[in-house]
Design a binder for this molecule. Structure first.
Ligand code: PBG
Length: 324
């Protein structure tokens, strides 16, 4: 047989494959999400996220030190607000002595160079478990944006490097940017969850923070998974309003959206490899149906290949260890 071109030549052995690999993961690609709880010496394993914990601030600091020593440069903070602090205004979210604000300060003191990103949305603080303020059974946009601005400012005051609004209200990026400018927070960034879809894969996360919506669903603010062009519209608007980074979420079922957004914007794109995606790999691996370590690296590489510059993932620590 005569062949002019033999593609297998470049796949022949590990050395040659490494010469031509197009996508290489590195520790600084990852954002490690962390769940924080009140108390001391608390490490609660989230039942639907085996191997992943919600920790009190003391344990969180140890974890952050370890992440830093592994080469991970950013963390994304979520807190579990105490039940008696929840209401429909979400006002605990901008309490200067709230759990989030205390956590930001403590982590900044302990590991100053770690880039601290903070979740901005009302759901952990809302008695309804919604990302916004509820009036007559509806999630109202503009009053929610006012609350998100207060929350973002309080994170900036506490020392957050980047706020990450995950709520999908209209106009919040512009409003937060304006408030930062007015208050002289000219070094605080915004990572916008621009294309966040109404997804069934958030289930384990809502267990982690006890933040499932008390009524209805999130489809009047999170996007319909049928839509692609709308994701580009959302991302472009957020960039226009002042987002430094735009995010696509969830990850695996939305790789096409990651690529589409990457091609459309001139800012870094992040992707969120969410709780349900973590749970699926863990569950299948626990049954011996897939090889967990291989599944982790293949999954994370697919995000980068799709165009993600940053990957928020519960596998950050495992991945860095696997990369060696
Ligand atoms: C809520 C929020 C959610 C996640 C991050 N921020 C859940 C939701 O929108 O209901 C999900 C993260 C994950 O599933 O890992 N503002």
């Amino acid at each position: 047989m005569y062949l002019q071109r033999r593609n297998r030549i470049l796949r022949n052995n590990p050395s040659i494959r490494s010469l031509v690999a197009e996508t290489i993961l590195r520790p600084s690609d990852f954002i490690a999400p962390l769940f924080i709880d009140e108390g001391e010496n608390i490490a609660f394993e989230i039942p639907s996220m085996p191997g992943y914990y919600r920790r009190s601030i003391d344990g969180t600091i140890k974890e952050v030190k370890e992440l830093w020593s592994l080469g991970i440069k950013s963390i994304l903070l979520f807190v579990k607000a105490a039940d008696d602090t929840k209401d429909n205004t979400g006002k605990e979210s901008w309490n200067p002595d709230g759990l989030m604000q205390r956590a930001i300060k403590a982590i900044k003191d302990a590991v100053p160079e770690m880039v601290i990103m903070t979740d901005v949305a009302l759901d952990p603080y809302s008695s309804y478990g919604h990302d916004g303020i509820v009036e007559n059974g509806e999630i109202v946009n503009d009053p929610t944006v006012e609350a998100l601005v207060k929350m973002s400012l309080s994170h900036a005051v506490a020392g957050a490097d980047i706020v990450a609004p995950s709520d999908m209200m209209d106009g919040r990026i512009g409003a937060i940017r304006e408030a930062f400018e007015q208050n002289n927070f000219t070094k605080t960034g915004i990572m916008a969850y621009s294309a966040k879809y109404a997804s069934c894969f958030y289930g384990p996360f809502r267990d982690a923070l006890d933040s499932a919506p008390g009524f209805g669903d999130k489809k009047t603010y999170q996007m319909d998974y049928a839509n692609r062009i709308e994701a580009v519209k959302e991302a472009l608007m957020d960039v226009e309003e002042g987002a430094d980074i735009v995010m696509v979420k969830p990850g695996l079922p939305y790789l096409d959206i990651v690529r589409e957004v990457k091609n459309a914007v001139d800012v870094p794109v992040s992707v969120y490899n969410i709780s349900g995606e973590y749970a699926m790999i863990k569950a299948a691996a626990a049954r011996g149906w897939i090889d967990e370590n291989k599944a982790i690296l293949e999954t994370l590489t697919s995000f980068k290949r799709a165009g993600a510059d940053l990957i928020a993932t519960y596998f950050a620590k495992d991945a860095v260890k696997l990369l060696g």
